[in-house]
Design a binder for this molecule. Structure first.
Ligand SMILES: Cc1cc2nc3c(=O)[nH]c(=O)nc-3n(C[C@H](O)[C@H](O)[C@H](O)COP(=O)(O)OP(=O)(O)OC[C@H]3O[C@@H](n4cnc5c(N)ncnc54)[C@H](O)[C@@H]3O)c2cc1C
Length: 419
């Protein structure tokens, strides 16, 4: 006789994407088990990892619907009203995006919001942990996943031993980062692009107000982004070749601060570090398939974006909305939630939403990392061309606010996107 199933869905990875999917399904009445290698303390109170996540209107609408947004503290939610792009040594912006002027952003005048990654993780964990239909297994090391026509199975070890074993469900979802081992165990390959560059991120206080303007300064040695947080604080993001980034990490705080101030032409006055520096080697990944038998990939496990266009988690949430919508629909209709046709439809939609922006982002990242003179000229022409061509600017602004050509306005978003 066949063993009963342990849950409707198994999710591997309790990161922000895996938890958003688990919450979407749990709130719709499906039973979900989430496994993560990390312990409960690390998942419930994640450490500051220096990442500040810019969120589109669609993402915020989904986070509100899931009950994650109200669990963020006011001081954790920054607003971006304008974004300016500077090239090389130019202090003047060559290109700027403003939701108000573009008539985008749903009348709020807001391009997007910005929230610390650890706060998103903490709030997601709180909501997931409180859902009766959802169980989180911490300290779980998956040794094998198996998918059969009838169900999917995960073998794992957990601490304290002997709490491991195997779990069975109708559908298995891999949400275990861009270097997903579950993806590999499912036999799904991925294209990997190592940019050979590293992002150094750090929170800084400053004397002058930022005016809720985000800046992207494409320098010839390193790129600098300065993103407005609440109060007189900004997230400083430097991107450089791996060896130069190692040197940036090792610089005394005063020298690091002076370098940032100089590259930013002292726009924010005197600056001071308000946190540790964190380094992220830049590797983008795109899975060859987003599904296999009774299994699907979400979040970075499906598409691991270069952070320059701030789309990784936004696309992850878009995929969560697409997959959850289809699974809940099938569940309510009494149909198979792991059916091949359902998973194929998810894959087709998510590929359509991500492919162009993934390759476009990689092209931009490569163009702006190249110091050769013809490419410097080309990027200046691109920026000036975009500034002088209002329809293109308006399209990019709509994309930033989550209502662009790649945006999925069908994403479940019944709540108002206003703050
Ligand atoms: C510097 C930086 C800035 C960024 N800025 C933005 C931004 O502005 N906007 C934006 O939208 N995105 C941004 N991103 C991207 C965003 O952080 C990611 O897209 C997002 O964190 C992906 O979430 P995830 O849940 O898919 O994966 P992760 O956050 O990687 O979480 C994966 C989870 O899986 C667990 N896990 C791993 N392996 C296993 C295993 N074998 N078994 C069980 N569990 C496992 C891990 O412990 C972790 O909890 C940025 C990224 C970086 C690096």
């Amino acid at each position: 006789m066949q063993q009963p199933l342990d849950s409707d869905v198994l999710v591997i990875g309790a990161g922000p994407a895996g938890l958003a999917l688990a919450i979407s399904l749990g709130q719709a009445g499906l039973s979900v088990i989430v496994l993560d290698t990390q312990g409960r303390a690390a998942l419930s109170a994640p450490k500051d990892d220096g990442r500040e996540i810019a969120l589109t209107h669609d993402s915020v609408a989904l986070l509100k619907k899931l009950g994650i947004w109200p669990r963020l503290a006011a001081h954790e939610i920054g607003v971006i009203r304008e974004a300016q792009v500077h090239d090389g040594g130019h202090a003047r912006a060559l290109l700027d995006f403003n939701a108000q002027r573009a008539g985008s952003g749903g009348g709020t005048g807001v391009l997007g919001w910005i929230v610390p990654n650890h706060a998103l993780r903490r709030a997601s964990f709180e909501v997931a942990d409180a859902l009766p239909a959802l169980r989180i297994v911490c300290n779980a090391q998956t040794s094998q996943v198996r998918t059969l026509p009838s169900h999917a199975e995960v073998f794992f070890e957990a601490e304290p031993a002997p709490t491991g074993g195997d779990l069975r469900a109708r559908l298995l979802v891999a949400a275990d980062s861009r270097f997903s081992t579950t993806r590999r165990q499912l036999g799904i390959g991925a294209d990997l692009h190592d940019f050979g560059r590293t992002m150094v991120v750090c929170r800084m206080q400053h004397a002058q107000p930022h005016g809720e303007v985000a800046h992207e300064c494409f320098g010839y040695e390193r790129t600098l982004a300065v993103l407005p947080l609440t109060g007189d604080a900004s997230s400083v993001v430097l991107t450089a070749d791996a060896s130069a980034a190692a040197a940036l990490m090792a610089l005394p705080a005063a020298d690091f601060t002076a370098l940032v101030q100089r590259q930013f032409h002292d726009r924010l006055g005197r600056m001071a570090m308000a946190g540790e520096r964190h380094a992220y080697p830049l590797v983008a990944t795109y899975a060859h398939r987003f599904r296999s038998m009774r299994s699907a990939l979400v979040g970075d496990a499906a598409v691991g974006m270069h952070p320059v266009t701030a789309h990784g988690y936004n696309l992850g949430l878009q995929g969560v909305g697409t997959l959850a919508g289809r699974v809940v629909q099938a569940h309510r209709a009494g149909q198979d939630i792991g059916a091949a046709s359902l998973l194929a439809a998810y894959e087709a939609t998510h590929r359509r939403h991500t492919r162009l922006i993934y390759h476009g982002t990689n092209a931009v990242a490569k163009l702006y990392a190249d110091k050769r003179a013809p490419l410097r000229l080309l990027r200046q022409l691109v920026l000036e061309g975009a500034q002088r061509f209002p329809p293109l600017k308006a399209a990019i602004t709509r994309q930033l606010t989550g209502h662009g050509p790649f945006g999925d306005t069908a994403l479940a978003a019944p709540t108002s996107p206003s703050t």
